[in-house]
Design a binder for this molecule. Structure first.
Ligand code: AMP
Ligand code: MG
Length: 492
């Protein structure tokens, strides 16, 4: 078979203990739901070929070219604070790697491609709903500028998947800079296989952090970079109101990309303690806990890699503690400067932290919509501008007026003219986010009526989140009381 995908597989050159070679289990009737043509292009894969019959067979896992090297990767993970020493790709397979137009190496993974040795009683399949959900949210996150895995294609399997009921099945083709999780390091540490930990760490340095190689202690430099990436990632989640929902260490990537869109959500009304995940009973992964949990996860990662930091345990511990202490300031820097930009404040001045925190307190008290409130602030910076604004969707009530006065006074010291300040604010305060009620409606229409129109429109709108288009107001609007979604499900 000829293929339009030039695979160049490196993970499969690591020793066999890192994975199990495994072919996908073919599905009955693959049908392409959506191909991400621009992503295919950037990966150097011909989108016309990918949407052909042969491409669809590949995306479903029914027929892989000889150059593919399908693997189920092994990993461990702290799940809600409890360590599980053996997890792994239970319903996903790495089918191979490609070098994209940007020169970077990317994994292609099929999710929902059948049982593997790590399925632990699961069926290795995915219902259509979670596949569409991951497609919508991951692509929206990308457009919002958040580092994330991407969705190349969604394919209906033509088979039923049994959960509480029979549901249509699907396969997602996911793209990531790699799928190496904190839990991958933890797996080998838990087996006390430190030569494997070392091999993995070397691989991660070469693939993701090659600049660490020349440092005095490359492993130390690697984790320093990982911590910085993680701090930036979590800050970018907080700034768009994204709640991951399952921040287990097996769902955190060393590359610093967001992965595993299960019971995640964007909040509508601002609440620091917002939790949506149906499985997060104690609120461990609530919005405000995300930075603290990331820090805890990094602690678990460093604990697993301790002997590599320094062979003497005391020295290793000191190095690890020093590294962990870098997370908080790195997060604060990224968050504070990002938040300042959302408020249109050029550089941080004394009093800014109080000013911006007071806004969030007000927003929480008034149950104001997080996304629209910031977008409306941007409108107010240059009210005479011709740009379409969201005034019909959100207006600040009386309760905000004294705060607005102080913010305007503070803004007066900004050297930029109002129009350029507004442009800068529009560029960081989206109008369109993947709102829970819109995702639910898109999934419902697809699953119950085989109608993918809403799904396609939603993905299209979210690909351009920062420019407000009044004719698309329905996508920007906060949910009405009866539309509010309070819980999200992983559904796998
Ligand atoms: P998650 O909660 O989605 O991060 O998944 C946790 C673990 O459960 C991973 O090892 C998954 O591969 C596995 N898993 C989730 N769903 C399934 C399924 N339907 N079949 C087999 N394994 C699964
Ligand atoms: Mg996972």
């Amino acid at each position: 078979m000829t293929t339009s995908i030039q695979f160049d597989n490196s993970y499969g050159r690591l020793p066999g203990e890192f994975y199990t070679r495994q072919h996908p289990v073919a599905v009955a009737e693959p049908r392409l739901v959506r191909l991400n043509r621009s992503l295919a292009d950037s990966l150097g894969i011909d989108p016309d070929w990918l949407s052909s019959k042969a491409g669809c067979l590949l995306l479903a896992g029914n027929s892989l070219p000889a150059e593919a090297d399908p693997l189920a990767c092994v990993y461990a993970g702290d799940q809600f604070g409890r360590f599980n020493p053996k997890l792994g790709d239970g319903r996903a397979l790495l089918i191979g790697e490609v070098i994209a137009q940007d020169g970077e190496r990317y994994d292609l993974q099929l999710k929902g491609s059948g049982k593997t040795p790590y399925s632990r009683g699961g069926d290795g399949r995915s219902p259509l709903g979670p596949v569409l959900r991951e497609f919508i949210v991951s692509e929206a996150m990308h457009a919002l500028g958040v580092p994330t895995t991407r969705s190349l294609a969604a394919v209906c399997s033509g088979e039923s998947v049994f959960r509480q009921e029979a549901l249509p099945g699907a396969v997602l083709c996911r793209v990531a800079r790699s799928h190496i999780r904190f839990g991958t390091v933890q797996f080998f540490a838990a087996c006390e296989n430190f030569s494997a930990v070392k091999q993995l760490v070397e691989y991660v340095i070469d693939r993701h952090y090659p600049e660490s190689r020349t440092a005095d202690n490359p492993v130390h430099a690697l984790f320093k970079a990982v911590i910085k990436q993680q701090a930036k990632l979590i800050a970018s989640w907080q700034l768009v109101g994204f709640i991951h929902g399952v921040m287990n260490t097996d769902n955190m990537l060393l590359s610093g990309e967001t992965v595993d869109y299960g019971p995640c959500a964007f909040m509508d009304a601002f609440r620091a303690d917002a939790v949506f995940s149906s499985i997060d009973h104690g609120g461990r992964y609530a919005y405000r806990n995300q930075p603290g949990i990331a820090h805890w996860n990094l602690g678990r990662l460093l604990q697993a890699a301790l002997p590599l930091l320094d062979h003497k345990s005391e020295a290793g511990l000191n190095l690890a503690q020093g590294l962990l202490d870098e997370f908080e300031p790195a997060f604060s820097d990224a968050y504070t400067s990002g938040l300042g930009a959302k408020f249109g404040l050029e550089e941080t001045q004394q009093g800014d932290i109080d000013l911006t925190s007071e806004f969030l307190v007000l927003l929480s008290r008034e149950q104001g919509d997080f996304t629209l409130a910031f977008r409306r602030l941007a409108d107010l910076v240059a009210p005479e501008s011709e740009e379409p604004n969201v005034g019909e969707l959100f207006e600040f009530s009386e309760a905000y007026q004294s705060w607005l006065k102080r913010w305007k006074a503070r803004s007066a010291s900004d050297s930029r003219d109002p129009r350029s300040r507004q442009r800068a604010m529009y560029a960081v305060n989206p109008s369109f986010i993947p709102r829970n009620h819109l995702i639910e409606a898109a999934i419902h229409a697809a699953v119950t009526e085989n109608d993918f129109g809403r799904f396609h429109s939603l993905v299209d709108v979210l690909s351009d989140p920062f420019s407000y288009r009044p004719q698309l107001a329905g996508y920007a609007m906060a949910p009405r009381q009866e539309e509010v979604v309070h819980q999200t499900f992983c559904g796998t």
